[in-house]
Design a protein around this ligand. Structure first.
Ligand code: FES
Length: 276
């Protein structure tokens, strides 16, 4: 979402929203519901709107900041355009990831995540300039259980003895730091992946992954080559919606023979037992 007009539309906690970059370069989170009769405006997924959003029902038109700028065939009817703009939500970014808050909060994302970056410096996230994402998945799980399951590696030896345990042994997992707003645990890759450690002299960072959880629903696995993440959102009937993506350096783009692949497998395997 680097170009003006780029957007991502999705449902967040049941509500349709669109995150889009305006012609002024700013990212905004807007309601994705027309103020006329409630029609969804943009299809879910990624796209580009150029510089305006046109409702598919009666073609009310909004600019890229959510301001109502056009009402075809409205004749003499007076419509207060100001009160029919698209509602905005709080939005902030962290290492290229976009966080949206649906309610007003006095605490900024920077305040919420204060201290977390101290544990990430070894991994030099500035190198991660390439992003990817996958199609959302529906898991048969209460969202809180799915999110909590991803917060630690203690259960790997018991729940994933043949898949994850050989690559990320439980005995090498440890708690790093945490507070009410975030938590970091860590572990060590081994097996086939340890062959990679000869490529870079600072093998300490390369050998390890950090498991970062940011309540309520963000879980990321940070390796020397990527930050792979999932977000878990509640759905009705004890189900949840899971988005998956990541950012990586150029060498991690093709997710083969790299620690990135292991990080991804880690998240996917974690989700497998909850899959619908
Ligand atoms: S519902 Fe959008 S213009 Fe009528």
């Amino acid at each position: 979402m680097q170009q003006p007009g780029d957007y991502c539309a999705l449902r967040l906690a049941g509500g349709p929203i669109a995150v889009l970059r305006g012609q002024d370069g700013q990212l905004r989170a807007l309601s994705n519901v027309c103020r006329h009769r409630g029609t969804p405006l943009l299809d879910n997924g990624f796209g580009n709107i150029s510089n305006r959003i046109v409702c598919p029902y009666h073609a009310w038109t909004y600019n890229d900041q959510g301001v109502l700028i056009g009402l075809p065939h409205s004749g003499d009817i007076e419509v207060n355009r100001q009160s029919h703009c698209l509602p905005k939500f709080s939005l902030d970014t962290w290492h290229g990831l976009v966080f949206v808050c649906l309610h007003e909060s006095d605490v900024s994302l920077e305040q919420k995540l204060a201290g977390l970056d101290n544990y990430l410096t070894k991994f030099d996230l500035q190198r991660f300039t390439n992003g990817y994402h996958s199609e959302p998945q529906h898991w048969s799980s209460n969202w809180k259980l799915a999110a909590e399951n991803g917060m630690e590696s203690y259960h790997l030896f018991k729940v994933h003895p043949e898949s994850l345990e050989p690559y990320t042994p439980t005995k090498s997992a440890f708690y790093v730091a945490g507070c009410a707003s975030w938590r970091v645990t860590a572990g060590r890759f081994q097996g086939a992946l340890s062959n990679l450690t000869g490529l870079i002299s600072d093998s300490n960072a390369l050998n390890h992954y950090l498991l970062i959880s940011i309540p309520p629903g963000f879980i990321g696995v940070l390796t020397y080559q990527s930050l792979d993440w999932i977000t878990v959102l509640p759905e009705p009937s004890n189900r949840c919606l899971v988005h998956q993506g990541g950012i990586t350096d150029a060498s991690g783009l093709n997710y083969r023979d790299s620690t990135s692949q292991a990080a991804l497998a880690f998240l996917e395997e974690e989700g497998a037992s909850w899959w619908s």
